[in-house]
Design a protein around this ligand. Structure first.
Ligand SMILES: NC(=O)c1ccc[n+]([C@@H]2O[C@H](COP(=O)([O-])OP(=O)(O)OC[C@H]3O[C@@H](n4cnc5c(N)ncnc54)[C@H](O)[C@@H]3O)[C@@H](O)[C@H]2O)c1
Ligand SMILES: [Zn+2]
Length: 360
């Protein structure tokens, strides 16, 4: 088992990464001095595979365990589900000394974190992320929340977990398409911060797709190290540093929006967004063509879509980009690479964006 620490002073916490780590969950929580009552929040899909061992790991360490099951799906990432969690916590009389365990992907993690941030003005929580997206991204960094009918993740809070325990074996039951979509976020880390890691992914695409343990552990660990560093530098996204994690996301979110969140998984849309950002950077003379093409080629190797279908209206994509959360004072800020391993935030007017997106 490997440990990555998120260096946030009194809110610092460990990310534990390895195979067959789940049985250690209870003793690790005990070592942190977490209170006796714990509620596991999960959904039926994940629960069918991992609820029993999670519950046992906690019970064996002496915790009083209850389970709050929510329906599976992004469409349930809303305040109704948060109320379901609150009702469970009130019924079971969880108090300030209690804690929550998020057992699932990013949807469960974001909602459990938000319930923990707000119940009794804040109780501790632990992340047990079960998807690639959750292991390399959403479980680390303390962004929690739910969707509003008019926009994704509009309601939320910063609340850091006390521990993140990743069991890489859990990725083995993930639907193949979810695995690939998560890998798009993995490729993102190489482009924004680490050219050597990008090369490593190129050289190890096959073993990663096969979830070979050594390669998988190295990949998840490196993503967590990179995210932990960015979060430690800019916990609440005030300096702009954390915004680099949005590479590929401005176009990606716009593609998700214009396709009604139905055609693409988030990671797939982000992959398309990265290809778009690379082409835009090349067109502007900021990035060599070979480095733009290398991004597309690596995503393709991982079986991800790399062309925005012609039937998707470019003007609609440009308009949706103007609605993205990353818009500051009328300017649309794109994260663009000047080489693989380094990105910058560049502001554009809405007109400039329309022109750039037209030819994608
Ligand atoms: N907080 C953050 O910083 C952050 C970052 C990135 C994404 N997110 C959020 O994360 C969410 C997406 O997360 P996701 O991609 O993990 O989706 P998800 O949580 O919906 O999980 C995808 C699907 O896989 C199933 N599943 C999960 N683990 C499984 C396993 N081990 N075996 C079999 N099936 C499994 C889930 O039940 C679900 O059906 C979005 O809501 C997004 O906004 C948050
Ligand atoms: Zn993302």
């Amino acid at each position: 088992m490997e440990t990555v620490t998120v260096g946030l002073g009194e809110r610092a916490y460990d990310i534990l990464i390895g195979n067959s780590t789940l049985p250690d969950l209870g003793t690790r929580c005990k070592a942190l001095g977490l209170g006796t009552r714990v509620a596991i929040v999960t959904n039926p899909t994940v629960g069918a595979h991992y609820l029993a061992p999670t519950r046992n790991a906690l019970a064996d360490a002496g915790f009083d365990v209850s389970v709050c099951e929510l329906p599976d799906g992004e469409r349930y990432k809303n305040t109704d589900s948060i109320n379901t969690i609150y009702d469970h916590l009130v019924d079971r009389r969880l108090d300030r000394g209690s804690f929550l365990v998020a057992l699932g992907g990013g949807v469960i993690g974001d909602m459990t974190g938000f319930a923990a941030a707000t119940f009794l003005r804040g109780i501790p929580f632990v992340q047990v992320p079960t998807t690639v997206v959750a292991q390399v991204d959403s479980s680390v960094g303390g962004k929690t929340g739910v969707n509003h009918p008019r926009g994704k993740n509009l309601i939320g809070a910063f609340h850091q977990p006390r521990l993140v325990l990743m069991d890489l074996d859990m990725l083995g039951t993930l639907p193949h398409r979810e695995l690939l979509a998560g890998i798009a976020e993995v490729v993102k880390y190489g482009v924004i911060e680490d050219a050597d890691f990008f090369d490593f992914l190129n050289a190890n695409a096959k073993p990663l797709l096969a979830l070979e343990p050594g390669v998988t552990a190295r990949v998840v660990r490196r993503c967590c190290e990179l995210k932990a560093q960015v979060v430690a530098d800019d916990e609440r996204e005030t300096s702009g540093r954390r915004a680099i994690l949005n590479y590929g996301h401005t176009v990606g979110h716009a593609i998700e929006a214009v396709t009604g969140y139905k055609e693409y998984l988030h990671g797939e849309a982000v992959g398309l967004g990265m290809v778009a950002a690379a082409r835009i950077a090349h067109r502007l003379g900021r990035l060599a063509e070979a480095e733009s093409e290398a991004q597309r080629a690596l995503l393709e190797r991982f079986g991800l879509p790399t062309e925005i279908p012609q039937h998707l209206d470019r003007a609609a994509i440009a308009d949706a980009m103007g609605l993205d959360k990353k818009v500051a004072s009328g300017k649309i800020r794109l994260i663009l690479a000047d080489r693989i391993g380094h990105v910058e935030m560049v502001p554009f007017s809405a007109d400039e964006v329309r022109t750039l997106v037209k030819d994608l």
